[in-house]
Design a protein around this ligand. Sequence first.
Ligand code: NAD
Length: 291
Amino acid sequence: MQILDGLVVSQATKDELRLKVGQLTAAGKKVPHLAAVLVGSNGASETYVGSKVKTCEEIGYKSTLLRFPEDISEFKLLSAIQDLNNDPDIDGILVQLPLPKHISEAKVIETIDPSKDVDGFHPESAGKLVQGLPTFVSATPHGIMLMLEHYKIDTKGKHAVVIGRSNIVGRPMSILLSANTNPGNCTVTLCHSQTHNLKEICLQADIIVAALGRPEFVKADMVKEGAVVIDVGITRVPDASKKRGYSIKGDVDFANVSPKCSYITPVPGGVGPMTIAALMANTYRACMERN
Ligand code: NAD
């Protein structure tokens, strides 16, 4: 069993980007500028946005963090996004989800200029992805593809089972794995909360991508010997033994599943860092295409 080390692979991606940013600076050109929008003070969202801003600093990007109170009106938030759309210095816009209930996430996502949609959530980006056209690919599935590529994992003709059909992870993951690309060319089964016989389907999988947000849901008796297991899940589980009061759990029962796998991602240190690296790669691309 080999660990797919997201820290190592994401570092390689970030190092490459830092080098490119150095070249831009040396040539007197504009460096990528990411704007992050955070509404309210959800602990997990604060952590995610904090890591994204910190990574911008590490690489040499500019970043702007816009914070808004939990009770901001939808109208005001949409206006703020329009301002970012109109600001020529901003290359990428990310709005940290989830948003408060009174704000339509769909409207917010649709308001982002597709040329700055570095999260790849806009319907235009999602549509292009389905048609195999160049576009911003949602950072988590994009990061997973970078990881599969880095470890030269043979995906051609393999059966990939993706658990979860969200617009952010599961659905784009299924599209990418089924595309005529390398990595890709899988036969994909997309499972969700209404899937019957999930265990039997998983047992047929050469590759499992677990993205359902249920801690340790994927058990050893659901996994075939030699399978590649990608664990997207991040759930905070109360844990009195930790100073912060919780521990982070993935969607896979790592201790019991890992001995059966050829490759597996840990949580933390697997998909999470790759998501940030992919977001940074998308932001670099947005900057290049806009300038
Ligand atoms: P979501 O809640 O939007 O979607 C979950 C999906 O899982 C749904 O499509 C649902 O049908 C499916 N599902 C739920 N229960 C199921 C069950 N019992 N059997 C089969 N399918 C079931 O979640 P999401 O935004 O896609 O995120 C999924 C997980 O990934 C969460 O833990 C989230 O925190 C994590 N996540 C991690 C990263 C990262 O960078 N590592 C990025 C995004 C999301």
